[in-house]
Design a protein around this ligand. Structure first.
Ligand SMILES: [Zn+2]
Length: 261
Protein backbone atom coordinates (compact mmCIF):
# COMPACT_ATOMS: atom_id res chain seq x y z
CA UNK A 1 0.00 0.00 0.00
CA UNK A 2 1.20 3.46 -0.83
CA UNK A 3 0.89 6.33 1.55
CA UNK A 4 -0.61 8.80 -0.90
CA UNK A 5 -3.45 10.79 0.56
CA UNK A 6 -3.27 9.12 3.93
CA UNK A 7 -2.25 11.54 6.61
CA UNK A 8 -3.63 9.39 9.42
CA UNK A 9 -2.29 5.97 8.42
CA UNK A 10 -0.13 5.52 11.47
CA UNK A 11 -0.89 7.82 14.41
CA UNK A 12 2.19 9.34 15.95
CA UNK A 13 4.44 8.14 13.15
CA UNK A 14 4.86 10.22 10.07
CA UNK A 15 7.41 11.63 7.71
CA UNK A 16 8.51 14.64 9.69
CA UNK A 17 11.05 16.89 8.03
CA UNK A 18 11.44 20.33 9.54
CA UNK A 19 9.36 22.95 7.65
CA UNK A 20 10.63 24.05 4.26
CA UNK A 21 12.61 20.90 3.47
CA UNK A 22 12.88 19.77 -0.13
CA UNK A 23 12.70 16.19 -1.33
CA UNK A 24 15.12 14.49 -3.70
CA UNK A 25 13.61 11.30 -5.06
CA UNK A 26 15.69 8.10 -5.24
CA UNK A 27 15.72 4.57 -3.83
CA UNK A 28 16.39 6.33 -0.56
CA UNK A 29 14.70 9.73 -0.91
CA UNK A 30 16.58 12.60 0.72
CA UNK A 31 14.73 15.35 2.58
CA UNK A 32 17.07 18.27 2.92
CA UNK A 33 17.35 21.88 3.97
CA UNK A 34 17.24 24.06 0.88
CA UNK A 35 20.73 25.49 1.35
CA UNK A 36 22.16 21.94 1.49
CA UNK A 37 21.13 21.02 -2.08
CA UNK A 38 24.70 20.22 -3.17
CA UNK A 39 25.37 18.02 -0.16
CA UNK A 40 21.99 16.32 -0.65
CA UNK A 41 23.05 15.24 -4.14
CA UNK A 42 26.35 13.88 -2.80
CA UNK A 43 24.61 11.99 0.00
CA UNK A 44 21.98 10.62 -2.39
CA UNK A 45 24.82 9.08 -4.42
CA UNK A 46 26.30 7.33 -1.37
CA UNK A 47 22.87 6.11 -0.32
CA UNK A 48 22.14 4.69 -3.77
CA UNK A 49 25.51 2.88 -3.87
CA UNK A 50 25.03 1.48 -0.38
CA UNK A 51 21.41 0.52 -0.87
CA UNK A 52 22.08 -1.46 -4.03
CA UNK A 53 25.28 -3.04 -2.76
CA UNK A 54 23.78 -4.13 0.57
CA UNK A 55 20.67 -5.53 -1.12
CA UNK A 56 22.95 -7.72 -3.26
CA UNK A 57 25.46 -8.65 -0.57
CA UNK A 58 22.74 -9.63 1.89
CA UNK A 59 20.28 -11.11 -0.65
CA UNK A 60 17.37 -9.25 0.88
CA UNK A 61 14.66 -6.88 -0.22
CA UNK A 62 15.96 -3.48 0.95
CA UNK A 63 13.89 -1.75 3.65
CA UNK A 64 11.71 1.24 2.73
CA UNK A 65 13.49 4.17 4.33
CA UNK A 66 14.21 7.86 3.81
CA UNK A 67 17.13 10.09 4.77
CA UNK A 68 17.00 13.52 6.36
CA UNK A 69 19.91 15.84 5.73
CA UNK A 70 19.47 18.24 8.60
CA UNK A 71 20.84 21.78 8.84
CA UNK A 72 22.63 22.63 12.08
CA UNK A 73 19.93 25.08 13.15
CA UNK A 74 17.21 22.42 12.69
CA UNK A 75 19.00 19.63 14.60
CA UNK A 76 16.67 19.78 17.61
CA UNK A 77 13.66 19.36 15.27
CA UNK A 78 14.98 16.19 13.61
CA UNK A 79 12.99 12.99 14.21
CA UNK A 80 14.45 10.77 16.93
CA UNK A 81 13.52 8.06 19.41
CA UNK A 82 14.02 10.04 22.62
CA UNK A 83 12.59 13.34 23.80
CA UNK A 84 16.02 14.96 24.21
CA UNK A 85 17.92 15.97 21.06
CA UNK A 86 21.01 13.91 20.30
CA UNK A 87 24.50 15.46 20.29
CA UNK A 88 24.99 17.52 17.12
CA UNK A 89 26.92 16.02 14.23
CA UNK A 90 26.21 12.35 15.02
CA UNK A 91 24.16 10.50 12.38
CA UNK A 92 21.61 7.92 13.53
CA UNK A 93 18.80 5.68 12.37
CA UNK A 94 15.33 6.08 13.85
CA UNK A 95 12.10 4.17 13.58
CA UNK A 96 10.17 6.99 15.27
CA UNK A 97 8.86 8.06 11.86
CA UNK A 98 7.27 6.21 8.98
CA UNK A 99 9.07 5.32 6.82
CA UNK A 100 12.04 4.88 9.22
CA UNK A 101 14.80 7.40 8.63
CA UNK A 102 18.53 7.92 8.55
CA UNK A 103 19.20 11.29 10.10
CA UNK A 104 22.37 12.87 8.77
CA UNK A 105 23.84 16.13 10.02
CA UNK A 106 24.96 18.93 7.75
CA UNK A 107 28.52 18.35 9.03
CA UNK A 108 29.86 15.29 10.81
CA UNK A 109 31.03 15.97 14.35
CA UNK A 110 34.79 16.52 14.69
CA UNK A 111 34.78 13.27 16.68
CA UNK A 112 34.71 11.35 13.37
CA UNK A 113 38.28 10.19 12.75
CA UNK A 114 40.27 9.65 10.66
CA UNK A 115 39.13 12.33 8.22
CA UNK A 116 39.54 11.19 4.63
CA UNK A 117 37.50 10.99 1.44
CA UNK A 118 36.08 7.76 2.89
CA UNK A 119 34.80 9.21 6.18
CA UNK A 120 31.39 10.43 5.03
CA UNK A 121 30.49 7.52 2.72
CA UNK A 122 31.56 4.95 5.35
CA UNK A 123 29.41 6.75 7.92
CA UNK A 124 26.39 6.78 5.60
CA UNK A 125 26.83 3.07 4.78
CA UNK A 126 27.22 2.22 8.47
CA UNK A 127 23.84 3.78 9.28
CA UNK A 128 22.32 2.20 6.19
CA UNK A 129 23.50 -1.22 7.38
CA UNK A 130 21.81 -0.59 10.75
CA UNK A 131 18.62 0.17 8.80
CA UNK A 132 18.91 -3.12 6.86
CA UNK A 133 19.56 -5.09 10.06
CA UNK A 134 16.64 -3.46 11.86
CA UNK A 135 14.36 -4.18 8.91
CA UNK A 136 13.58 -7.38 10.85
CA UNK A 137 13.45 -8.21 14.54
CA UNK A 138 16.85 -8.55 16.16
CA UNK A 139 17.75 -9.62 19.68
CA UNK A 140 20.29 -7.87 21.88
CA UNK A 141 23.93 -8.68 21.26
CA UNK A 142 27.21 -7.57 22.85
CA UNK A 143 28.07 -4.06 21.66
CA UNK A 144 31.07 -5.26 19.66
CA UNK A 145 28.95 -7.55 17.48
CA UNK A 146 26.14 -5.01 17.07
CA UNK A 147 28.62 -2.45 15.73
CA UNK A 148 30.98 -4.86 13.96
CA UNK A 149 28.19 -5.82 11.56
CA UNK A 150 27.58 -2.29 10.17
CA UNK A 151 31.32 -1.50 10.17
CA UNK A 152 32.13 -4.61 8.12
CA UNK A 153 29.14 -3.90 5.86
CA UNK A 154 30.35 -0.35 5.20
CA UNK A 155 33.80 -1.67 4.31
CA UNK A 156 32.18 -4.19 1.93
CA UNK A 157 30.25 -1.42 0.17
CA UNK A 158 33.49 0.57 -0.12
CA UNK A 159 35.14 -2.40 -1.82
CA UNK A 160 32.29 -2.72 -4.28
CA UNK A 161 32.24 1.02 -4.91
CA UNK A 162 35.99 1.00 -5.62
CA UNK A 163 36.67 3.37 -2.73
CA UNK A 164 40.21 2.64 -1.55
CA UNK A 165 40.32 2.23 2.21
CA UNK A 166 44.05 1.66 2.75
CA UNK A 167 44.88 5.26 3.48
CA UNK A 168 41.90 5.65 5.81
CA UNK A 169 42.68 2.42 7.68
CA UNK A 170 46.37 3.28 7.96
CA UNK A 171 45.51 6.39 9.95
CA UNK A 172 43.55 4.52 12.62
CA UNK A 173 45.22 4.52 16.01
CA UNK A 174 45.77 0.94 17.15
CA UNK A 175 47.51 1.42 20.50
CA UNK A 176 44.60 1.95 22.85
CA UNK A 177 43.83 1.08 26.43
CA UNK A 178 41.11 -1.36 25.37
CA UNK A 179 40.07 -3.94 22.80
CA UNK A 180 36.62 -4.31 21.24
CA UNK A 181 35.76 -6.80 23.98
CA UNK A 182 37.22 -4.96 26.97
CA UNK A 183 35.64 -1.69 25.83
CA UNK A 184 32.70 -0.76 28.01
CA UNK A 185 30.48 2.22 28.45
CA UNK A 186 29.80 4.83 29.45
CA UNK A 187 32.57 6.13 27.27
CA UNK A 188 33.39 9.50 25.81
CA UNK A 189 32.81 10.23 22.14
CA UNK A 190 36.52 9.86 21.33
CA UNK A 191 36.69 6.37 22.82
CA UNK A 192 33.46 5.43 21.03
CA UNK A 193 35.13 6.43 17.77
CA UNK A 194 38.23 4.39 18.60
CA UNK A 195 36.00 1.41 19.37
CA UNK A 196 34.27 1.80 15.98
CA UNK A 197 37.63 2.10 14.25
CA UNK A 198 38.92 -1.14 15.77
CA UNK A 199 35.78 -2.83 14.47
CA UNK A 200 36.37 -1.32 11.03
CA UNK A 201 39.90 -2.78 11.05
CA UNK A 202 38.56 -6.24 11.92
CA UNK A 203 35.79 -5.88 9.32
CA UNK A 204 38.19 -4.89 6.53
CA UNK A 205 40.58 -7.70 7.49
CA UNK A 206 37.70 -10.22 7.54
CA UNK A 207 36.68 -9.15 4.03
CA UNK A 208 40.26 -9.69 2.82
CA UNK A 209 40.47 -13.08 4.47
CA UNK A 210 36.99 -14.50 3.87
CA UNK A 211 35.32 -12.39 1.16
CA UNK A 212 31.95 -10.67 1.63
CA UNK A 213 29.64 -13.70 1.93
CA UNK A 214 30.02 -13.80 5.70
CA UNK A 215 27.92 -10.64 5.88
CA UNK A 216 24.87 -12.37 4.45
CA UNK A 217 25.43 -15.24 6.88
CA UNK A 218 25.79 -13.04 9.97
CA UNK A 219 22.76 -10.86 9.12
CA UNK A 220 20.60 -13.94 8.60
CA UNK A 221 22.01 -15.61 11.72
CA UNK A 222 21.12 -12.56 13.80
CA UNK A 223 17.58 -12.48 12.36
CA UNK A 224 17.14 -16.11 13.28
CA UNK A 225 18.29 -15.78 16.91
CA UNK A 226 15.48 -15.51 19.42
CA UNK A 227 17.41 -15.41 22.69
CA UNK A 228 19.67 -12.59 23.84
CA UNK A 229 23.14 -13.21 22.37
CA UNK A 230 25.85 -13.38 25.05
CA UNK A 231 29.64 -13.10 24.56
CA UNK A 232 30.13 -16.79 23.94
CA UNK A 233 27.26 -17.05 21.48
CA UNK A 234 28.33 -13.85 19.69
CA UNK A 235 31.80 -15.27 19.10
CA UNK A 236 30.30 -18.55 17.94
CA UNK A 237 27.86 -16.86 15.51
CA UNK A 238 30.47 -14.61 13.94
CA UNK A 239 33.07 -17.38 13.81
CA UNK A 240 30.62 -19.66 12.01
CA UNK A 241 29.51 -16.89 9.64
CA UNK A 242 33.12 -16.19 8.65
CA UNK A 243 33.50 -19.77 7.46
CA UNK A 244 36.07 -22.54 8.01
CA UNK A 245 38.73 -21.37 10.46
CA UNK A 246 36.67 -18.26 11.18
CA UNK A 247 36.47 -18.51 14.93
CA UNK A 248 40.21 -19.25 15.27
CA UNK A 249 40.97 -16.28 13.04
CA UNK A 250 38.70 -14.03 15.07
CA UNK A 251 40.15 -14.92 18.47
CA UNK A 252 43.67 -14.45 17.09
CA UNK A 253 43.02 -10.82 16.13
CA UNK A 254 44.78 -8.31 18.43
CA UNK A 255 41.65 -6.09 18.48
CA UNK A 256 39.61 -9.03 19.75
CA UNK A 257 41.59 -10.02 22.85
CA UNK A 258 40.08 -9.88 26.35
CA UNK A 259 42.60 -7.16 27.20
CA UNK A 260 45.11 -5.15 25.11
CA UNK A 261 48.18 -7.21 24.26
ZN1 LIG B 1 26.33 1.96 14.69
Amino acid sequence: MGRAGSAVASPGRREAAPPGYERLDAEVPVLYALRLAGKATEVRGYLAQGYRALGRILSVEPPGIVAYLVAGEDWTDAPRDNARPYPPGLPYFTRSVEPPALVLPEELSSVFRPRSAATLPLTVWHELAHAFLLGREVVRTPAWLGEFVPQAASAAVARRAGLPLEEHLSRIERELGFTVRSFSGPAGAGDQMSFQNLLLLIGAAALEEFGEDFLRRIFHALWEEDEIVDEERAEELLGAALGPGGREWLVSRPEFQEEPL
